[in-house]
Every structure is written in C-alpha cells, then in structure tokens.
Design a protein around this ligand. Structure first.
Ligand code: CA2
Length: 148
C-alpha cells in the first residue's frame, strides 16, 4: 500500500519563527518544526510535505494540488489568513480529506480580531496554544484516526 500523505501548510510570516517574538511563538524555527513532522510521519509510514508561503494564492494552489495527488490530510496554520481568508476556506471546502487547523499561540487569549477563524468552519480539529507541539499532536491524531 502507498504511504498516506499529509500536507503541512504554514501561512504568512511563519518563515520568521525562531527569529522574533519567541515569547509568543517559541524558539524553534520552521525547519525545526518541519523536520520533527517529517520524522514522525516517516516513523509511522506516512509521507509529510511542508510548504510555507506569504502569499494567499500559493497556499490555495497547494490545497488544490492536494485534491488531486491523493493527499489524505492537511495540517494548516493559516497565520493571519485565519482571520481574513474566505478564499482559503473555499479551497479547503473543495478538499475531501481531513483538515486540522493549528495555531502556535492561544488565539483566544489574544486580541479579539484573532478570535474568529474562517478556517475553523471547515477544520475537523483545531489546536491552539500548544506551541510547536500542536503540529505533532495534529499529526498524531491523524495517524491514530487512520489506524482506528
Ligand atoms: O498562533 C499562531 O500560530 C498564529 O496563526 C500566528 C499568526 C497570527 O496572525 C495568528 O493570529 C495566530 C502570526 C504568525 C507570525 O509569525 C511570526 C513568527 C515570528 C516572528 C514574527 C511573526
């Protein structure tokens, strides 16, 4: 059987992880997080592919590609697009697999404009406030759900 594929999408500014605002977003870089996801996926017989983009359209294109290449699930931290992007919501609504939304910070403890998420209208699960551990928890949940 072919490996289950998971696409990990990181939205705008997350390329800066580990360089600024560690009190909110932690000390790890995006590469650190992606490498841990790749390792966990491989250990469990999954294939993870990560993409960060500062451009809404690039994230949408990646979601469209995932519809066609057998991707089983998407883990997405849409960053600021969480709170603004009907276009990313629409793209995710056209994807048939599982979707887990992850936020490093607890958006509900922050400014009120971060309390609303368009992506949550589609997400099967939402994890916020666990730092980089949230991505691993999301992958863990997907693997366990597929094994169940
Ligand atoms: O908590 C999260 O993961 C967020 O998705 C992060 C977004 C923010 O707009 C969301 O409300 C919550 C911001 C990502 C910015 O990342 C940076 C990382 C390091 C330095 C500066 C920005």
């Amino acid at each position: 059987m072919s490996q289950a594929k998971v696409l990990v999408l990181h939205g705008p500014n997350l390329n800066l992880l580990g360089t600024r605002q560690p009190e909110i977003y932690g000390h790890e870089t995006l590469d650190d997080i992606n490498n841990r996801l790749y390792e966990k996926a491989a250990f469990n017989g999954w294939e993870a592919k990560a993409l960060q983009s500062n451009h809404e359209g690039a994230l949408i294109d990646a979601i469209h590609a995932a519809r066609l290449d057998g991707t089983a699930a998407i883990i997405i931290n849409p960053a600021a697009y969480t709170h603004t992007s009907v276009a990313i919501l629409d793209a995710l609504n056209a994807f048939d697999g599982k979707v887990i939304e992850v936020h490093l910070s607890n958006v509900h403890k922050r400014e009120s404009f971060r309390h609303h998420s368009y992506v949550s209208l589609r997400a099967d699960g939402v994890i916020a406030g666990l730092g980089s551990q949230g991505y691993l928890a999301a992958l863990d949940a997907l693997i366990k759900a597929a094994d169940a």
